[in-house]
Write a protein that binds this ligand. Structure first.
Ligand code: C2E
Ligand code: C2E
Ligand code: C2E
Length: 88
C-alpha cells in the first residue's frame, strides 16, 4: 500500500523510554503506559502516539511540540523507522 511520509508519525522506543530515559522524561513514560493500557497494547517494543497527545505533553513540559520532539530525539527514545526493529 501507500506509505505516508514518516515525518509526522511519532513512534516511541519503549525499552529506552522506560529503562534508560532520564528523569526528565518521566511524564512521557507515564503517559505511554496509560496509552498502552487504554489500547490493551502491552507487548510492543514501540508505541505510535497521537500528534494531539504530543501537543498535550509539550504543554506539560512548557515547550513547543517540536522542542519536545527534539528532546525525545536527543535521549534516543524516538524511533525513526519502526520497521527497522523487525529487520524488514
Ligand atoms: P477511541 O478514541 O474512541 O478509538 C476507538 C478505536 O479506534 C481505537 O481502539 C482504535 O482501534 C481506533 N483508532 C482511533 N484512532 C486511531 C488512530 O489514529 N489510528 C489507529 N490505528 N486506530 C485508531 P483502541 O486502540 O483499543 O483504543 C481505545 C480507546 O483508548 C480510544 O477510544 C481512546 O479513548 C483511548 N486511546 C487509545 N490510544 C490513545 C492515544 O494514543 N491517545 C489518546 N488520547 N487516547 C487513546
Ligand atoms: P509502521 O507504522 O511503520 O509500524 C511498523 C511496526 O512497528 C508495526 O508492524 C508494529 O510491529 C510496530 N508498531 C508501530 N506502532 C506500534 C504501536 O503503537 N504499538 C505496537 N505494539 N507496535 C507498533 P506491523 O504491526 O506489522 O504494521 C506494519 C505496517 O502496517 C505499519 O508500519 C503501518 O504502516 C501499517 N499498520 C499496521 N497497523 C495499522 C493501523 O492500525 N493503522 C494504520 N493506519 N496502519 C497500520
Ligand atoms: P495511523 O493509524 O497511521 O493514523 C494516522 C492519522 O490518521 C492519525 O494521526 C489521525 O490523524 C488519523 N486517524 C486514523 N484513525 C483515526 C480515527 O479512528 N479517528 C480519528 N479522529 N483520526 C484517525 P495521529 O492521531 O497523530 O496518530 C498517530 C498514530 O498513533 C496512528 O497512526 C496510530 O499508529 C497511533 N494511534 C493513535 N491513536 C490510536 C488509538 O486510539 N489506538 C491505536 N491502536 N493506535 C492509535
Amino acid at each position: 500500500g501507500i506509505r505516508q511520509e514518516a515525518t509526522n508519525k511519532i513512534v516511541l522506543d519503549l525499552e529506552k523510554l522506560y529503562d534508560q530515559a532520564s528523569e526528565d522524561l518521566a511524564y512521557v513514560g507515564r503517559y505511554a503506559r496509560a496509552i498502552q493500557q487504554q489500547r490493551g497494547d502491552y507487548n510492543g517494543r514501540v508505541l505510535s502516539i497521537r500528534a494531539d497527545d504530543l501537543r498535550a505533553l509539550a504543554i506539560v513540559y512548557d515547550i513547543s511540540p517540536s522542542g519536545l520532539i527534539e528532546r525525545l530525539s536527543e535521549q534516543g527514545v524516538l524511533v525513526a523507522d519502526p520497521r527497522a526493529f523487525f529487520g524488514s
